[in-house]
Design a protein around this ligand. Structure first.
Ligand code: SF4
Length: 367
């Protein structure tokens, strides 16, 4: 893997982003932000799954609804959230100011659509006074008309131009606590755009493939897009975008990071593809482990292998492993053979060992 590009460091609440900090995982609530209880409930579920930064959309005020109500709802969410909250604002700069007053730890705006330079200046000054970073979030689906008409359609160069223009607008008012994203639903366009951007700026990059799709296709698209960029050393924080429960986005994000950095927290389950030699229920055991350990917070690699061909080798390399034999399964712990177990007991044996290992690792962390 290419060494990560060193970017500036900024803080979203207590989470460092850039400057060599571990890549953080973000997601976005899809509840009605004005429904504080539902939003906080979703944020808690996201945090439990490993989300480190949460974004909430600050909706335009409805006719007759005071800005104060929006500010109040956002303030309640911020104070009840176990993780830093970023306000996502479009079109109305008063919403950005209200979110800052409500105490959000980050802001995502598109300076090009916030309503003119004076308004950008007001937001930059208010964010600067509070030490709140701003993400310049450029999206292929909402490029400025002028740039779009010059390029004909969203291209990497067009996305870059838009990002640089918006960054310059913030810099003009002395604001440099910036994070940038140049997302698209097309993986090749996303890759090209981030590569260009990474060469031009040293601000931390928020990486993602936007509108990636329903869970199955969206997971594949996000994994290729985000995974490729991270493997090239590009990206400081990630968000997987899936249509559906955002908790799934966090799980996919963790799996992407885990694939690239096996030492990251969480279960890293490998399993052989099975073949005519398979002696144990590889698919059943591996899927059950995946479901039960999806929110595990400590790093444990588990191998489930069907027979003696590659089984003992892979199982011995993992923290825990089983390899199928004629009548029983062979258990490995930290590379050592720990005995034969009845095939129907293998799942339980592995889960018991995970529990013991988790307790040991958690105790180690505390001391
Ligand atoms: Fe087949 Fe054994 Fe390889 Fe699994 S480990 S795919 S059962 S040869």
């Amino acid at each position: 893997m290419t060494e990560r590009k060193l970017t500036r460091r900024l803080m979203i609440g207590n989470v460092p982003v850039g400057g060599g900090a571990p890549v953080s995982i973000q997601s976005m609530t899809n509840t009605d932000t004005m429904d504080v209880a539902a939003t906080l409930d979703q944020i808690r579920r996201l945090a439990e799954a490993g989300c480190q930064i949460v974004r909430i959309a600050v909706p335009a005020t409805k006719p007759g609804q005071a800005l104060e109500a929006t500010r109040g709802a956002v303030a309640e969410i911020v104070s009840g959230s176990p993780i830093p909250a970023v306000a996502d604002v479009h079109f109305d700069y008063t919403l950005a100011l209200a979110a800052l007053e409500a105490g959000v730890q980050g802001l995502r705006i598109n300076p090009g659509n916030i309503g003119g330079e004076e308004k950008v200046r007001a937001v930059a000054e208010a964010a600067g006074e509070r030490g709140v970073p701003i993400r310049v979030g450029v999206n292929a689906g909402s490029l400025e008309k002028e740039i779009l008409s010059r390029y004909g359609h969203p291209t990497a160069e067009a996305l870059l131009e838009s990002a640089l223009k918006e960054i310059a607008l913030l810099e003009k008012y002395g604001f440099k606590d910036i994070k940038v994203s140049v997302k698209s639903s097309s993986v090749p366009l996303t890759l090209d755009s981030y590569r260009l951007l990474s060469e031009r700026v040293d601000y931390p990059l928020h990486v993602g493939v936007s509108e990636a799709g329903p869970p199955w296709m969206g997971t594949i698209r996000s994994s290729i897009g985000i995974g490729t960029l991270l493997a090239e050393g590009i990206g400081d924080t990630i968000r997987v975008s899936l249509a559906g429960d955002p908790v799934q986005e966090v799980r996919v994000g963790r799996a992407i990071l885990k694939s690239l950095e096996p030492s990251r927290s969480g279960a890293d389950i490998i399993a052989c593809p099975t073949c005519a030699r398979t002696q144990i229920d590889v698919e059943g055991i591996a899927s059950e482990l995946e479901t039960r350990l999806q929110d595990l917070k400590v790093p444990i690699r588990i191998a489930v292998m069907g027979c003696a061909v590659n089984g003992p080798g892979e199982a011995a390399e993992a923290d825990l492993g089983v390899a199928g034999g004629k009548t029983k399964g062979l258990l490995f712990i930290k590379g050592k053979r720990r005995g034969w177990y009845a095939k129907q007991d293998l799942l339980k044996v592995l889960l018991d060992e995970v529990e013991k290992m988790t307790a040991e690792l958690s105790n180690k962390e505390k001391t």
